[in-house]
Structures are given as C-alpha cells and as structure tokens.
Design a protein around this ligand. Structure first.
Ligand code: PLP
Length: 361
C-alpha cells in the first residue's frame, strides 16, 4: 500500500491508524452485525458514540461545564448564518474582524440578518497578516465580535485573542481547532467544520456558552436554533452518524498522542521544516503570510515565476505529493499541515523543495 503525502486543505488527511480502525469495524460494529451507519441513532451503541465524542472534546479542549458541545450539519458555512440568526440583536451590530475570504463569507451572511460593523481589517495588506489586538475596535453595544482564528486560504493565524469583556467573542476555528490549547472560557461560541482537523466532512462542532443558547429567539425555525440541539444532546433529528463516529476515533487518537499541547509542539516541529526551507532559499521561495502571522496549519508560498509554480506542482504530484496548489482565489502554493499530517510528510516536502530549487534556482 502506498499512502500519498497528503497536504490537502480540506477534506484533508485522517490518521492512518483511524482509517484502519474504521476499516476493521466497518461491516460489524462491536458485534452488532451491522455497520454504525446502519443502526438507529437512538440505539445504545450510537448514543455511546455521540456522548463519547462530546466528552472527549470537553476533555481534550478543556471546555468548561457551562458550555454545550453540539454536533451539527451544514458545515461552518451554515454557522455563518446560524450565528447571527441566534445572536444578532436589533440595534446591536455584529462586529467582524476581516482577515480574508472566510471572514468575508461570514460577514456577508450576517448582513442578510441584521446590522454589522467591521472591527478591524487587514485588507490593505492583502490579508497577509492578522490584526494586532490594539487594532481591533469593538463598539460597546455590539452583539458579539466574530473572528477567524486561522485563515485557511491566506495562511495566517491569530496567536492571541482580544479581551472583549461582556461582549461574546465568537471564533470560526474550522482550520485550527484542537491544533493548540485555547482558553475556551474567553469565547462565547467556537465553531468548526470537521473536515480539516477533526475527521471527515459532514459534521460541524459548535461549542457554545449556556447563557447564549438561552437567547435563541423562538421565532426562528427549530433546526436553526442552538437551543433545539443543546436540549436534545444533538439528537433532535438524524445526525451524520458515520462522521460523528469518525470524529470520535480521531479524538481518541489525539488523546493517545498525549493531547492538544503535545500536538501543538508536533505541529510546530512539522511546519518549522517547511518555513525554514522557504526562509533559507535566498528568495527562491517567498512566504505569503507576514512572519508574525504565519499559520501552523496552512503554509502559503510562491515561486517568482508562475511557470515554475506549475512545474513544482507537476513534479511534486509525480513524487506522491497531493494538494500543494494554492487556493484558486489567490494562486501560488499551499501546504496544509493539519494534526493528522505526519512529520515524515513534512520532511519529505522540505527535501523536495530543496531539490526542486537546486534543479531550477
Ligand atoms: C473550510 C472552512 C470553512 C467552510 O467550511 P464548510 O464546512 O465547507 O462550510 C469556513 N471557515 C474556515 C476558516 C474554513 O477553513
């Protein structure tokens, strides 16, 4: 069996150990005579998967007791709308930190629901950095402050978060959840699609403080109210059971690896190889993100000629590398190095980059 060096941005790499375990249990889950996909979501076996996934998220991410952990559908893109539907109040704008394509999509949806304001923007720097804490201005009557902890396309990441006092801080952590320890108590809501750091697509994790759940207006349809899902432990309707099961296995894997703090160090070690290859290339490779905002999840870089970038992708594919083409909106090259991407893949990419430069520099 050959496994690709998978640097896909999302859906992305899943630990091989997890895939093998799922394969073993695929046809007959724990002696039930059927796969997890074939059984009722009200069965004891599935309830265990549902409960365990939530409990593991709490344990690994240090989620306090006054927060709910919801496992929803519709991706982070649905949260762009669900969040303002539940939390945006008349006369109290939703404040948004503009850091790239994902923040823009979140803002666009909120505008359909109510009043918004831009709390900070790094567009003048082509979104190649995150704002500093002092650049973020939140009106004191804001409903909330929304930010994107890691911009998957630009390759930038916050390394600290603003203190918003009584105003709920909301974070889209789709591309860096569980990649590093976070003080969850600073946030009102954290949400993330699973397909980057948590497993396959199909399930979205929402971590929401209890008092905010209670604010869900009764005027919005049941499926769009946080309260509905919080009250039913995310079993209001049929859940994406196979995705939740896979997330459960990935969470077990993170626990076996030693937890989130261990993974943070592992991720730093992984990305250092690649960033060093960029920085020591005498300008052959150009890092896109400003150094203080560099992401440990998505490394964006360029080569001075587009021809060479095309050649880089072509030759890398021949050698088993996948997913190194930059996002279609920005071009260039991108290596996504989520939790499940092994150190060996990053070392192999570093060596390929050095060799490619020798041949073409
Ligand atoms: C991938 C991504 C999304 C979109 O997620 P979907 O699950 O496809 O809706 C949103 N925000 C960020 C930061 C992402 O990386």
């Amino acid at each position: 069996m050959t496994r690709a060096f998978n640097f896909n941005a999302g859906p992305a790499a899943i630990p091989l150990e997890v895939l093998k375990q799922a394969q073993e249990q695929f046809v007959d889950y724990k002696g039930a005579g059927m796969s997890i996909m074939e059984m009722s979501h009200r069965s004891a076996l599935y309830e265990q998967v549902n409960n365990e996934s939530q409990a593991l998220l709490r344990e690994l991410f240090g989620i306090p007791d006054n927060y709910h952990v919801l496992l929803l559908q519709g991706g982070a893109s649905t949260q762009f709308a669900m969040l303002p539907l539940n939390l945006l109040r008349p006369g109290k704008p939703g404040a948004y930190v503009m850091t790239g394509a994902w923040a823009e999509k979140a803002l666009k949806e909120a505008k359909l629901v109510g009043e918004t304001v831009i709390a900070a923007s790094t567009e003048a720097d082509k979104f190649m950095r995150m704002p500093t804490m002092s650049e973020i201005e939140v009106p004191n009557h804001a409903s909330y402050l929304h930010l994107t902890s890691n911009e998957t396309i630009g390759g930038t990441q916050f390394n600290e978060f603003p203190d918003t006092g009584d105003i709920p801080l909301i974070a889209d952590m789709s591309s860096d959840i569980l990649s590093r320890p976070i003080d969850v108590s600073k946030f009102g809501v954290i949400y993330a699609g699973a397909q980057k750091n948590l497993g396959p697509s199909g399930v979205t994790v929402v971590i929401i403080r209890d008092d905010l759940v209670k604010e869900s207006p009764k005027t919005i349809p049941a499926m769009f109210r946080y309260e509905t899902h919080a009250k039913s432990s995310s079993l209001y309707n049929t859940p994406p059971s196979f995705s939740v099961y896979m997330v459960n296995l990935v969470l077990q894997w993170i626990k076996d690896k030693g937890g989130v703090a261990q993974l943070e160090q592992y991720n730093r070690d992984k990305t250092k190889f690649i960033y060093d290859a960029i920085d020591q290339s005498s300008g052959f490779y150009l890092g896109c993100a400003q150094p203080q905002s560099r992401s440990n999840m998505n490394i964006t870089f360029r080569i001075h000629s587009e021809e060479l970038e095309k050649l880089f992708i072509k030759e890398s594919e021949k050698e088993g590398f996948v997913g190194l083409k930059g996002h279609r909106d920005v071009g260039g090259l991108r290596a996504s190095t989520y939790n499940a991407v092994p150190l060996e893949s990053c070392q192999a990419l570093t060596q390929f980059m050095i060799d490619f430069q020798k041949r073409n520099g």
